[in-house]
Design a protein around this ligand. Structure first.
Ligand code: C2E
Ligand code: MG
Ligand code: MG
Length: 602
């Protein structure tokens, strides 16, 4: 068994000086309690060397004697790989184990070879696999007995708690193991105390928030975590030595860079964006992100009272939409952000009180009969001081701020209640409502069922409109959710078709019932014969693929006349009716001249 003499320790006591551990990256961000955990493990398992190896590549070492690796990559890659399996590994003799082909356990510990190795996966409290606790010995062993196995497991559990603790106290992110925003500000203040006057801040946004959350829903948290680690690694390779990357948001990093107030090398910034735009191969699935890099020249003396992180983040946010992908902070961006922030807070309040929100309904007319067979519910927001805020503006904000689900829930409940009233008053109508990217979770299925049940409306009388863009950014999961909704009897329309660069055939795989041609082509029909031809061929193809075809944006009599001659089933647009408050619809329906809008026979 184990020969304690070979460890070069006096007796069985492990007299370890405090500070015997260190993180091999040397950047000083320790895992709280690791020292104690490692000492316990070393003591109970009688091993001279303990390491906490994180999935990020970072490693913390604890040694009971003088031999301690210098490099974070000291563990041979084959062993490192084994620790990533998420299972207990026991290698009684590293020189005899065929799995590792006689590879040395450690690559840089000098003349002494380690012969025994065991590792236990480390999980955070929420169950994320974040690394492994490894124990090593100079001499081979038979393995670990039951009580040693239990000791190793306990130590790994404690290490996981320490990692979480690190993030609770606001210093370390449990997924990327990067220091948090508190550490970022502490370090800025340390520079101020050290007499520095100028620094460049950068912020890196991985993807727009709505895209990132849609992506988490589609791919799962484990994939998102892995992606964040990969992105962090790419940024770190680009960063100058002795600078740190901080995690300042779920999908956002920041750093403090050296540089003179005159400027920063543009080619160097282009290089970062170029690197981040290369596809990531994450858990074997390739993915492109939409990075935005913001830059801010900071006068460190003016640190007090300002919020430089918020400013540089407004630049990174703006940069996401730009071709270049990076941008220096502009006060005008900040003003726009303040305004957006103001509106988001106001929208959240409006959703709570609901007094400022309303739905307007726009008729959809069937060309075969000339009748209005359905109405589309369109959200309206009347702000007490800002006036009417167009949906084009607040829908995007709701999506970004995570308010979309409550908005949709409100629209669904309000719209279906109204439909129930109309139906009971004898109006034969259906209702379509718009849903966004972040609505497409399994809860939507329940919401639909509940709303229809609550207001005694048949599910067949409802239709969801999903934009082509939303369908494109989604995956198999979306298809399954839409199929389940379809199975309830609810119709599904592909909205704004023609704007998303998809081909019709790929959309055919979606369980959609109708397709709405985007108004941008329709409105251009009068001026451009080209647009007319596009609309004609889109309608024909859509019908051939079995969709019910809806043309929206029919603004004038002449567009209406052209559309009547096309493979179109339904029309919607100002020429027929503008969206109107619920109270006006019955009158409009009574006045609606069916014969005028019916397609002439033959
Ligand atoms: P959409 O779903 O494509 O709705 C049609 C939009 O075109 C509506 O704009 C409607 O007022 C407008 N429109 C209809 N006919 C004509 C026409 O002949 N000419 C012109 N120029 N415009 C016409 P609105 O109400 O401003 O809504 C804009 C977009 O905001 C909607 O486009 C939809 O994507 C989104 N939206 C509105 N309400 C909701 C909602 O409750 N939830 C979600 N997720 N999105 C909504
Ligand atoms: Mg729509
Ligand atoms: Mg549309």
């Amino acid at each position: 068994m184990h020969d304690s003499g070979s460890m070069g320790l006096a007796g069985s006591a492990f007299d370890v000086p405090s500070g015997a551990t260190r993180e091999a990256f040397g950047d000083g961000f320790a895992v709280p309690g690791f020292d104690a955990v490692a000492r316990l493990a070393a003591h109970s398992l009688h091993v001279p060397l303990v390491s906490l190896v994180l999935s990020t590549g970072s490693a913390f070492w604890f040694s009971a004697d003088a031999h301690r690796p210098d490099s974070p990559h000291a563990l041979h890659p084959r062993y490192l790989e084994a620790t990533r399996q998420g299972q207990t590994q026991v290698v009684p003799d590293t020189e005899a184990d065929t799995r590792f082909g006689g590879a040395p356990l450690l690559t840089d510990i000098g003349p002494t070879r380690m012969r025994f190795f065991a590792s236990e996966p480390v999980y955070t409290l929420s169950g994320q696999h974040v690394g492994a606790l490894c124990v090593m010995d100079y001499s081979p062993r038979d393995g670990l007995n039951e009580s040693e196995c239990a000791d190793l497991r306990d130590a790994a559990r404690l290490a996981g708690t320490g990692l979480v603790l690190g993030s609770y106290v606001g210093r370390i992110d449990p997924v990327t193991q990067l220091p948090h925003r508190n550490a970022f500000f502490e370090d800025l203040r340390a520079r101020q105390r050290g007499g520095e006057h100028q620094a460049w801040l950068i912020a890196v946004d991985v993807a727009p928030v709505s895209r990132f959350s849609a992506f988490i829903r589609a791919m799962g948290h484990a994939y998102a975590d892995e992606l964040m680690r990969d992105v962090a690694a790419r940024v770190q390779v680009w960063m100058p030595e002795h600078t740190h990357l901080y995690q300042v948001g779920t999908s956002r990093f920041a750093a403090i860079l050296p540089g003179s107030a005159d400027g920063i090398d543009a080619a160097w910034m282009d290089e970062l964006v170029h690197r981040l735009r290369q596809p990531f191969d994450c858990l074997g699935i390739p993915l492109c992100v939409q990075p935005g890099v913001g830059l801010l020249s900071l006068d460190i003396d003016q640190l007090e009272g300002g919020d430089p992180l918020r400013l540089v983040m407004s630049a990174s946010h703006a940069a996401q939409e730009s071709v270049r992908g990076w941008a220096t902070y502009e006060p005008s961006d900040d003003e726009r952000h303040r305004q957006e922030f103001f509106l988001v807070t106001e929208l959240a309040a409006a959703l709570n009180e609901r007094a400022e929100l309303d739905l307007h309904y726009q008729p959809r007319v069937d060309l075969a009969s000339g009748r209005c067979i359905a109405v589309e519910a369109l959200a309206r927001w009347q702000h007490p001081t800002q006036g009417a805020i167009p949906p084009g503006r607040f829908i995007e904000l709701a999506e970004q701020a995570g308010l979309m689900r409550s908005l949709t829930e409100w629209v669904l409940d309000h719209g279906v209640a109204q439909l129930g009233l109309w139906q009971r008053a004898g109006l034969d109508l259906k209702l379509s409502i718009n849903v966004s990217s972040s609505d497409l979770g399994t809860e939507l299925i329940d919401r639909l069922r509940e709303a229809a049940g609550r207001h005694a409306v048949a599910l067949e009388a409802l239709e969801l409109e999903v934009t082509e863009g939303t369908l494109l950014e989604h995956s198999d999961t979306t298809r399954e959710i839409l199929a389940a909704i379809r199975a309830l009897g609810v119709g599904i329309a592909i909205d704004d078709f023609g704007t998303g660069y998809s081909n019709l055939t790929s959309l055919r795989e979606m369980p959609a019932t109708s397709l709405k041609i985007d108004q941008s082509f329709v409105r251009g029909m009068e001026a451009s014969p080209h647009d007319g031809a596009i609309v004609r061929s889109m309608t024909e193809l859509a019908r051939e693929l079995g969709f019910r075809v809806v043309v929206e944006g029919v603004e004038t009599a002449s567009i209406f006349a052209s559309v009547q001659g096309m493979a179109c089933d339904e029309v919607q647009g100002y020429h027929l009716a503008r969206p109107m408050p619920a109270a006006e619809l019955p009158d409009w329906l009574a006045r609606h001249d069916v014969a005028r809008f019916r397609r002439p026979a033959g």
